[in-house]
Write a protein that binds this ligand. Structure first.
Ligand code: 6PG
Length: 469
């Protein structure tokens, strides 16, 4: 009897190939198709012992025919127009109860559009995080679409997902683009985590004069403590690596121009639409843009002299840097969860913040020990800003003095800390009950008669300047 696959996958690029092998190994017979047939067969030939659980297909029609109805087909193609093109190419072959799952890094607004487009079959959009290794051995999966459609494929998705203490890091986030929205927030936090790590790396390299191997040792030590996380782990790894061509430390031969596919930028754009303050994430996106302007930075150094200076001995310690990074991480995640909390009402989604924290505990790029504590704090009160949760308030009271010392030392000695600095400024603003926006209100009313409210509640909303001769 001809084999039938339980699920299909389209797109055998880095992530698609890894996910297909994961499915074959941990969940189901999988039918695969790639635009270039040669790639399909090369993938199958390289699948080794998993090859019998993979059905290579030479056409979309053959792919659909190979899957047991009602079919589920995962798309792992580049975000944007390629997804719409792939959907259009598939449409003639699908039945109404077949399910297409876009598992790429789609802009969640596109997923909302596709979910509302009245496609003649079922549609899910899901964020998959963890890079190639995650896709192969256990990603974090954030689903969006009809819950019933998620439930249909949940047995496969939970089987292939990373596990945190036995719990799969795969969950339904909400309807439409909710899954891709949560992935967008994940990527904004990812940018911020990476930027803050780069900032403390710079303080060790340029402020303390430490060579990369010593910096690796520090990151490794931090990974045994409260900062335990995938990104700190790989920060140690890349700091320890040597260039096979020159024998130099790998970091010392890499050009300091950050790339970006734009996932973090989407976070910053959407936060503005939601009026959700995420200054640490916005600073991280801006920092990537600044890093890309290498020629200007070279001209700036030539004209003004190099900014970063060696730090006076004992001005700040490595422990200060560890604490500053801990504080910055808490502030950044608090901002990310506030943004997620704002999305629910804005899009009519009932996003469960504790579920978001739980799905990020393993498999994804921002996985860390702290996320389980965040899930707990959010479960107690999802509407409460994480900085007001007792567990994190205790961390912040302990670590804020170091953040302030590090940001101050950096400012005094020319080290750019845009993300850590933005975190400190936001935190101080969040503990100032009488700020300075009254000056803004007065100016707006002066030139635009936009009005203001008074502290005493009187029903008089314009200043004396409004009466002009
Ligand atoms: C993940 C990553 C991944 C990301 C790439 C490139 O969760 O596995 O976030 O989805 O898109 O790492 O990201 P940038 O090019 O935007 O840095």
């Amino acid at each position: 009897m001809a084999m039938t696959a339980e699920i299909g996958l389209i797109g055998l690029g880095t992530m698609g190939a890894a996910l297909a092998l994961n499915i074959a190994e941990n969940a189901a017979l999988v039918a695969v198709w790639n635009r270039t047939t040669a790639r399909t067969h090369a993938f199958h030939a390289e699948a080794g012992s998993l090859a019998p659980r993979i059905m290579p297909c030479d056409s979309l029609k053959a792919l659909v025919a190979a899957i047991r109805p009602p079919r589920a087909i995962i798309l792992m193609v580049p975000a944007g127009q390629p997804v719409d093109d792939q959907i259009a190419a598939l449409t003639p072959y699908l039945a109404p109860d077949d399910l297409v799952i876009d598992a790429g890094n789609a802009n969640f607004n596109d997923t909302n559009r596709r979910a509302r487009a009245g496609l003649p079959f079922r549609f899910l959009g899901m964020g998959v995080s963890g890079g190639e290794d995650g896709a192969r051995h256990g990603p974090a999966i954030m689903g969006g679409g009809a819950k019933a459609d998620w439930d249909r494929v949940a047995p496969i998705l939970t089987a292939i997902a990373a596990k945190y203490k036995g719990t799969p890091c795969a969950d339904w986030m909400g309807p439409e683009g909710a899954g891709h929205f949560v992935k967008t927030v994940h990527n904004g936090i990812e940018y911020a985590d990476m930027q803050m790590i780069a900032e403390v790396y710079g303080m060790m390299r340029d402020g303390f004069g430490l060579p990369a191997p010593a910096i690796a040792t520090t990151f490794r030590r931090w990974n045994d403590g409260v900062l335990q996380s995938y990104l700190i782990e790989i920060a140690a790894g890349v700091s320890a690596a040597t260039d096979p061509l020159t024998g130099a430390s790998m970091l010392d031969v890499i050009l300091d121009k950050a790339g970006q596919k734009g996932t973090g930028r989407w976070t910053a754009i959407e936060a503005q639409h939601l009026a959700a303050p995420i200054p640490v994430i916005e600073a991280a996106v801006a920092a990537r843009n600044v890093s890309a302007r290498l020629e200007e930075r070279q001209a700036g150094e030539a004209l003004y002299g190099p900014a970063p200076q060696h730090l006076p001995a004992a001005m700040i310690t490595e422990a200060d840097l560890e604490s500053a990074l801990t504080a910055g991480k808490i502030l950044c995640y608090a901002q990310g969860f506030t943004m997620s909390g704002a999305a629910g009402p804005a899009f009519g989604w009932d996003l469960q913040l504790p579920a978001i924290a739980r799905v990020w505990r393993a498999g994804c790029i921002i996985r860390s020990a702290m996320l389980d504590d965040m899930a707990q704090a959010l479960s107690e009160d999802p509407a409460r800003n994480l900085i007001l949760a007792p567990h994190f308030a205790a961390h912040l009271k302990r670590t804020l003095p170091s953040l302030r010392r590090v940001v101050s030392a950096a400012a005094l000695h020319g080290h750019a800390l845009p993300a850590l600095g933005a975190g400190l400024a936001w935190f101080d603003a969040m503990r100032t009950a009488r700020g300075t926006a009254n000056m803004i209100q007065a100016q707006r009313d002066f030139f635009g008669a936009h009005g203001f409210d008074r502290l005493d509640g009187r029903d008089n909303h314009h200043g004396p300047w409004a009466v002009r001769g």
